[in-house]
Design a protein around this ligand. Structure first.
Ligand SMILES: NC(=O)c1ccc[n+]([C@@H]2O[C@H](COP(=O)([O-])OP(=O)(O)OC[C@H]3O[C@@H](n4cnc5c(N)ncnc54)[C@H](OP(=O)(O)O)[C@@H]3O)[C@@H](O)[C@H]2O)c1
Length: 185
């Protein structure tokens, strides 16, 4: 197959490129720094490209059978648009050239589930310990698991009481990252 790898110059991308070449695929490796790309092969094309630049994405995607993305960005406190905007450009080019296969690895920061601790800025060891205690308690006592029973490991939350004077109380855990709801009479 003809494969294009975005993020080919990172650790994951280099490994993926090597494996794809070893499997006999023709690979286009996209990097903003082609001069620093360490791999050479008769079936490898190293292409200078930036996913924020739609035209260079288009050039890379045209004529491929599949697109692989291992794009990554260093941790930062600034908003990150590499995954959203870069992938939007990739998908746009794929639609334009009728490429139908896309495989991405990404950062768990793009996961919309609010339970994830990686949305927290941890200020020190003690903060980490408190956060972990709160998360483990939530995980074991509250969070429904993706099982047939949909119950947390320490037992299901009791069913709602039929009484009319029951109030729902919201409890914030982890500084408000997670909300739990309990009933009070
Ligand atoms: N490494 C891990 O332990 C780990 C764990 C979990 C998930 N992941 C995820 O796996 C993915 C790959 O991680 P990684 O550590 O192998 O790679 P990485 O070093 O984070 O980044 C991969 C490459 O993305 C390229 N890139 C960045 N901005 C770009 C842009 N605007 N246009 C084109 N290319 C751009 C860079 O290549 P150039 O500078 O050469 O352009 C960089 O080498 C990431 O999404 C990461 O979140 C990694």
């Amino acid at each position: 197959m003809k494969l294009v790898v975005f993020g080919a110059n990172g650790p994951t991308g280099q490994l993926l490129t090597k494996q794809a070449l070893a499997e006999g695929h023709a690979v286009t490796a996209v990097t903003r720094h082609p001069e620093a790309f360490p791999l050479r092969d008769a079936r490898l094309r190293v292409l200078c490209g930036d996913v924020f630049d739609r035209l260079s994405v288009e050039e890379a995607v045209a004529g491929q059978d599949a697109v692989l993305s291992t794009l990554g960005v260093p941790y930062s406190r600034k908003p990150i648009t590499l995954y959203s905007q870069g992938t939007a450009h990739i998908v746009w080019a794929m639609n334009r050239y009728g490429v139908r296969r896309l495989v991405c690895v990404s950062s768990s920061g793009v996961d919309p589930h609010p339970e994830l601790l990686d949305r927290m800025l941890l200020l020190g060891r003690r903060h980490l310990q408190i956060a972990l205690l709160g998360y483990v308690a939530h995980y074991n006592q509250h969070r429904p698991h993706r099982t047939l029973g949909q119950a947390p490991p320490l037992g299901a939350v009791p069913p709602p009481a039929p009484a009319a004077n029951v109030r729902i109380l919201r409890v914030d855990r982890l500084g408000g990252l997670i909300h739990e709801y309990i009933q009070v009479a």
